[in-house]
Design a protein around this ligand. Structure first.
Ligand code: UD1
Length: 419
């Protein structure tokens, strides 16, 4: 077990390089099993979640070479079997459920341990299952497992009651070799879905409209191997943007896509942060006077729920009242209690958090309750007076590559200690 110790107060300076997106690479790794040719993922982020999904695939006999030095993953699924993947690995990471779509597509059946809830909410999978059923699969849930069978998947029209990212991806992967045409309506439009479609199309799939609310998938007979470089991680970039703002510093961030970051740029600009973008580089200047703002998390292109805890940390340091409304996950304010231990003034009322900016945050021992909450607490630690210790840091390692090293490169006083 390791924890991160931050001694707050340093002004950040210099530049940081953003890694590839966790939320792109996970479905892409799952998508690799749609072909029995080799697939290569270049510049892959070396993250705990990536290692776990690789182990899940190994447990169904895929050969995966994760080259940490070159940040390259080579996936050979020739020998893959339609057996049940190791349950303890599947339960470790909800993202494992993304294997369901490609496995049904390839083998016509698959059985998987049901993903549990998590700290941020119950996270049901009904929309994924509704999609598989619409494609002609027989889906059974019971005894902690979900099983699906289909002699043949047949294209269909599927309306999602909510634009779920995972359901859109899973259904897209199940439909890619189905007979005929599938249309997903009210699909999620996140950039990671567009990236997955780009990857699948480079394997020979025929997907049109990914990145919009309507996705059309024309089934093809087979898919071939490919090489793909996933998009930059917009949430990691957003986290460093907030690092500049919360420490009232000016830093350069390399590896950003302006379009993907629009909602974060808009809200930080409204708060008084100065942002300049040239190509895929951004300068974030948080040295001016900052003012409170209201935020509502929404499906893309709305403000991302994955940035909610980090911006709550920032707004805790901005004089005046800010209100955050969380509409995506029902229990995503766990960080508030930890931030309060650092002197933040946050009141939770149902799905809203009312934040009164305080003069200063003070270092404390706090616990990362989930991935983004952990990142947010590190950000608070950078701005706080004295020392902050963030425990349960394994949550953060799921989604941030070398977070303490990247902050050290920006002159922060931060270290990881193994306890
Ligand atoms: C993905 C991201 C996660 C992000 C989330 C929302 C990955 C690996 N993870 O998670 O970082 O926070 O999108 O942007 O890409 N829902 C249902 N039924 C379903 C599926 C979802 O009711 O079958 C609900 C969920 O409970 C939640 C909402 O839909 O309230 C959004 O979930 P979803 O978009 O599916 O998130 P994930 O794909 O799990």
């Amino acid at each position: 077990m390791s924890k991160i110790i931050v001694r707050g107060g340093n002004i950040l300076k210099g530049e940081v390089n953003i890694s590839a997106a966790k939320n792109s690479v996970l479905p892409i790794i799952a998508g690799c099993i749609l072909s029995d040719d080799k697939c290569i993922i270049d510049q892959a982020p070396m993250l705990e979640d990536v290692f776990v999904i690789s182990d899940v695939l190994r447990s169904v006999c895929a050969e995966i070479d994760v080259n940490r030095k070159d940040s390259r993953i080579i996936i050979d699924s020739t020998a893959i079997k339609d057996c049940e993947p190791a349950g303890e690995l599947v339960r470790k990471m909800r993202g494992s459920f993304l294997l369901m779509g490609p496995m049904i597509s390839r083998f016509g059946r698959f059985k998987l341990s049901l993903p549990g809830g998590c700290n941020i909410g119950t996270r049901p999978i009904d929309l994924h299952l509704k999609g598989f059923s619409a494609l002609g699969a027989e889906v059974n849930v019971g005894h902690g497992y979900v099983e699906a069978y289909a002699k043949k998947l047949i294209g269909s029209k599927i309306y999602l009651d909510f634009p779920s990212v995972g359901a859109t991806e899973n259904i897209m992967m199940a439909a890619v070799m189905a007979e005929g045409e599938t249309i997903i309506e009210n699909a999620a439009a996140e950039p990671e879905i567009e990236d997955l479609a780009k990857f699948l199309n480079s394997m020979g799939a025929n997907i049109i409209g990914a990145g919009s609310g309507t996705i059309r998938i024309i089934g093809v007979k087979s898919l071939r191997g490919t090489t793909h470089r996933p998009i930059y991680d917009r949430i990691e970039a957003g986290t460093f943007m907030i690092a500049a703002a919360i420490t009232r510093s000016r830093i350069k961030i390399n590896g950003v896509n302006e379009e993907h970051l629009k909602p974060v740029i808009a809200k930080l600009t409204e708060a008084g942060v100065f942002i300049k973008i040239e190509g895929d580089t951004m300068v974030v200047d948080g040295t001016g006077d900052l003012k409170p703002i209201d935020i509502k998390t929404m499906p893309y292109p709305g403000f991302p729920t994955d940035m909610q805890s980090q911006i709550a940390g920032l707004l805790s340091t901005v004089h005046g009242t800010s209100i955050i409304t969380e509409t995506i996950f029902e229990n995503r304010f766990m960080h508030a209690a930890e931030m309060k231990r650092m002197g933040a003034n946050i009141k939770i009322d149902g799905r809203s958090a009312v934040i009164e900016g305080v003069n200063k945050l003070t270092g404390a021992e706090v616990r990362a309750t989930d991935l983004r909450a952990g990142a947010a607490l590190i950000l608070c630690g950078l701005a706080a007076e004295g020392e902050t210790q963030v425990t349960d840091i394994y949550h953060v390692d799921r989604g941030y590559v070398d977070i303490e090293k990247k902050f050290q490169g920006l002159d922060a006083d931060i270290e990881r200690v193994n306890v």
